[in-house]
Design a protein around this ligand. Structure first.
Ligand SMILES: *Cc1c(COP(=O)(O)O)cnc(C)c1O
Length: 440
């Protein structure tokens, strides 16, 4: 696969280069240079395949030039090793549960895919790849869990001491092995600055092949197409009645709880290669710069506001440039495919209670925002597919304040809570971080 930068279509890179760089040298984001368009029959034939089988088929379709057949199989089986079931609340409301991985959130799929791909690169080059990343909580957990035991990759997670919730801290400090947690005596901003400083430091760069694991990496984005394919293919009817919308009596509208819009962008890419989805709903909390763009046609980033769906508290979404690029900066074209919707915390709380009372189904605050979006924008003759991005047990305060006694804690959280924290305390300066990186 060849990729180009959203800042300049002539700035191209092969897949490996794009993955190792993260950002293009001109600061743009990488986008696939060309995508195949598959007929409806192609998606219908996938209906009976497992999630991992579908992953393999997508990798065959897009990454055949970049990985051998064995490598594609290895990546699919490492990254798509847990299921993403679709739960139907009623005949036209479906929930795609993306939270059965180690950190109970959809980011596990992207993080594990990227880890598997980097392991393949490291093996081919006979070198070790070092990931340095800063976290205020969630990202660190997904990256650490995703890369845990990935051969040829070492991960350093920098986090601000005392400023990460105890359970989140456990999710990335109890793993050991190739995951080292650096507990920084400073703030999250210090951690981010230190990561930048590591990349600028000659001695570290000479000693280690450094890369980042941030959410804009194309290796995290592309594999996220797979669960859309998985869910939509599963809804397609049998038989030869094949129309542009998959022969569905009720076409599918996907509602995506969004923050940096990586998840939604992956859905748009799946749509581009022909997956029969009628429309998308970009559902946000009060950080609604993208819904505002969709309704008004102008984009105004803002400082983020804190909400109970905090993984979507983003005021300047990093993947918005990719969305603009996909639609050639044509606002009308984008708003034909995507509707915006946003909701505040009281509405989100009410939705959690309402869904529980109505269906006996428990949603986390992010998924509840997606549910509200689908309620607002799905017509009678359509069906909605809501992406459930996190397990409700990740948000015990919110859930138990609304619905005491219904929350069950999954094994993943119990295991992390029982683990022993291992971290290396460091001062918030480059010398201290360099010492650790060069000594290990
Ligand atoms: C990261 C995250 C989101 C937002 O996903 P984007 O791809 O950034 O839009 C939504 N829900 C949860 C639980 C998340 O962790």
């Amino acid at each position: 696969m060849i990729l180009y930068s959203t800042r300049n279509r002539e700035e191209k890179a092969d897949f490996r280069t794009a993955v190792m760089r993260g950002l293009a040298p001109d600061g743009g984001l990488y986008m696939p240079d060309s995508l195949p368009k598959m007929p409806v029959s192609f998606w219908q034939e996938l209906r009976e395949r497992s999630l991992r089988g579908k992953a393999r088929i997508l990798f065959d379709l897009l990454l055949a030039d970049d990985f051998s057949e064995n490598e594609r199989e290895e990546i699919a089986s490492r990254a798509f090793s847990f299921d993403a079931p679709v739960v139907s609340l009623d005949e036209r409301t479906h929930v795609l549960e993306l939270f059965h991985g180690p950190t109970l959130a959809f980011k596990d799929f992207g993080a594990r895919s990227m880890a598997a791909m980097m392991s393949v690169f490291a093996r081919k080059e006979g070198d070790t790849i070092t990931i340095v990343t800063a976290t205020s909580g969630d990202t660190g957990a997904a990256v650490a869990q995703g890369f845990h035991n990935a051969p040829g990759v070492e991960v350093y997670v920098l986090y601000p001491s005392g400023q990460v919730s105890p359970l989140q801290e456990k999710q990335f400090t109890t793993l050991g092995g190739n995951i080292t947690a650096l507990e920084v005596n400073g703030t999250f901003d210090d951690c981010q600055r230190l990561v930048k400083d590591c990349f600028a430091d000659k001695r570290i760069r000479e000693a280690r092949q450094l890369t980042t694991a941030n959410s804009i990496n194309i290796a995290r984005l592309l594999p996220q197409m797979i669960y859309y394919i998985h869910a939509v293919a599963g809804l397609l009817p049998d038989g030869k009645n094949v129309s542009a919308e998959g022969g569905l009596a009720r076409p599918v509208v996907c509602s995506v709880p969004s923050g940096n819009f990586g998840n939604l962008t992956a859905g748009l890419l799946a749509h581009r290669i022909g997956l029969p989805v009628r429309r998308f709903i970009a559902a946000t909390n009060v950080n609604h710069v993208v819904p505002d763009y969709l309704s008004a046609g102008s984009f105004h980033p803002k400082p983020s506001l804190r909400t109970i769906s905090n993984a979507m508290d983003v005021g300047n979404p990093s993947n918005f440039d990719r969305m603009l690029d996909l639609y050639g900066h044509d606002h009308q074209a984008m708003s034909r495919d995507i509707q915006g919707a946003w909701f505040d915390d009281p509405q989100t709380r009410e939705a959690i209670t309402d869904v529980w009372n109505r269906y006996g189904y428990l949603m986390d605050p992010h998924t509840a925002v997606g549910y509200l979006g689908s309620r607002q924008h799905t017509a009678e003759n359509e069906q909605s597919l809501i992406l459930a991005t996190a397990h409700p047990a990740k948000f015990p305060e919110t859930i138990t304040s609304l619905l005491p006694d219904v929350l069950e804690t999954p094994d993943q959280l119990l295991e992390a809570a029982a683990g022993r924290k291992q971290s290396i305390p460091v001062e918030a300066d480059l010398d201290a971080v360099r010492d650790v990186l060069l000594k290990n």
